[in-house]
Design a protein around this ligand. Structure first.
Ligand code: ATP
Ligand code: MG
Length: 316
């Protein structure tokens, strides 16, 4: 176990009968980072979190948290963890405030301190107006916020958030995303699962892309994109492009999918190796002036599509 890691997962395997939901998976999370688990539905995100938290038995592998092996009886470790599950887990008969107090009370026994923590969690998730509401009276977004408040009220050092923004309106979503940034600023480490790539691009320092229980790629989203064989698309409107220039471009090993039709030149290129500037220099050398130039960088979805042939996005 490397001491710099807050979580280390080593060769984890989890099967549901024949189905391998987590497949020899390794990952490491550093202290105080926001770490994304990005993958399509059924890729094993929730199963992985439940295995890390020792809520599910697994078939093989080891999990270390805070430098110690994590097991079902690691109560000291568990006290420092907050878990916001994908499925809302609150008590229907308790109000917002009572729910948060209940979950906080599992860890914080001092009444005075707990009241302060509950108030802070209510404040943090913007639920003040809804303190006395029971869950059935809350909208989907407010319920998600309550779920979040219940998971973080005890001020855990390490927080697992499993798709906290699914089916919430943009206002609640932004509030949740800002809240996550704040939690990190307050010193927490955050593991965040989602299948919304925009969220990980915005929020996460590093991420893994999962598919079928395996890590496909790891790194910051910039690293993942620039390490992929994928390329940016360049589109140029230019009249009178000569055959000789077209030939030069065709010979360029970093360029692919080259077309020139109706004054539109399009190609793909690895943005690190053949840049827009290279193209503009080439055109200038040949006294050619483009009418317009645009380029589009690949996204994490493009990387995922390249590796798996599938879309990361879905309509859930
Ligand atoms: N209790 C279970 N019994 C049998 N199979 C399961 C169980 N839970 C999950 N699975 C299967 O394991 C695989 C991984 O599921 P998991 O819920 O971990 O994926 P996920 O990435 O969290 O998906 P989602 O984005 O839909 O939440 C899927 O094929 C799923 O059908
Ligand atoms: Mg899930």
């Amino acid at each position: 176990m490397n001491k710099n890691f807050e979580i280390e997962v080593v060769d984890l395997v989890k099967k549901y009968k024949e189905l391998v939901a987590v497949d020899h998976l390794n990952l490491s999370v550093y202290e105080n980072e926001i770490f994304g688990l990005l993958g399509p539905n059924g890729s094993g995100k929730s199963t992985l979190i439940n295995c890390i938290l020792a809520l599910l038995r697994y078939d093989q592998g080891k999990v270390y948290i805070f430098g110690e092996e994590m097991t079902a009886t690691s109560f000291k470790i568990k006290q420092k963890i907050g878990y916001v599950p994908q499925d809302i887990a609150v008590y229907e008969e308790l109000t917002v405030q009572e729910n948060i107090d209940y979950f906080c009370g599992l860890y914080i026994f001092d009444k005075h301190q707990r009241k302060q923590h509950v108030d802070e969690a209510i404040d943090f998730t913007g639920l003040d107006k809804f303190r006395k509401f029971v869950p059935s009276k809350l909208s989907g977004g407010l319920l998600r916020r309550l779920n979040l408040a219940c998971g973080i009220a005890h001020k855990p050092k390490l927080i697992f958030l499993d798709e906290p923004t699914v089916a919430v309106d943009p206002q609640s979503r932004n509030r949740i995303l800002e809240g996550i940034e704040d939690l990190r600023k307050q010193g927490s480490t955050i593991v965040y699962t989602t299948h919304y790539m925009e969220e990980v691009e915005m929020l996460c320092d590093r991420l893994v892309i999962l598919d079928q229980g395996q890590v496909l790629v790891t790194g910051s989203s910039e690293e993942i994109i620039s390490n992929s064989s994928l390329a940016q698309s360049i589109d140029v409107v230019i009249f009178d492009l000569t055959d000789s220039v077209l030939n030069i471009l065709e010979q360029e090993p970093e360029i692919s999918h080259l077309t020139y039709q109706d004054a539109k030149l399009s190609f793909k290129t690895n943005s690190n190796r053949y840049t827009l500037l290279d193209l503009l220099n080439l055109l200038e050398e040949h006294n050619l002036k483009p009418v317009s130039v645009s380029s589009e960088k690949p996204t994490l979805n493009d990387v995922f599509l390249e590796i798996t042939g599938k879309e990361l996005k879905d309509n859930v």
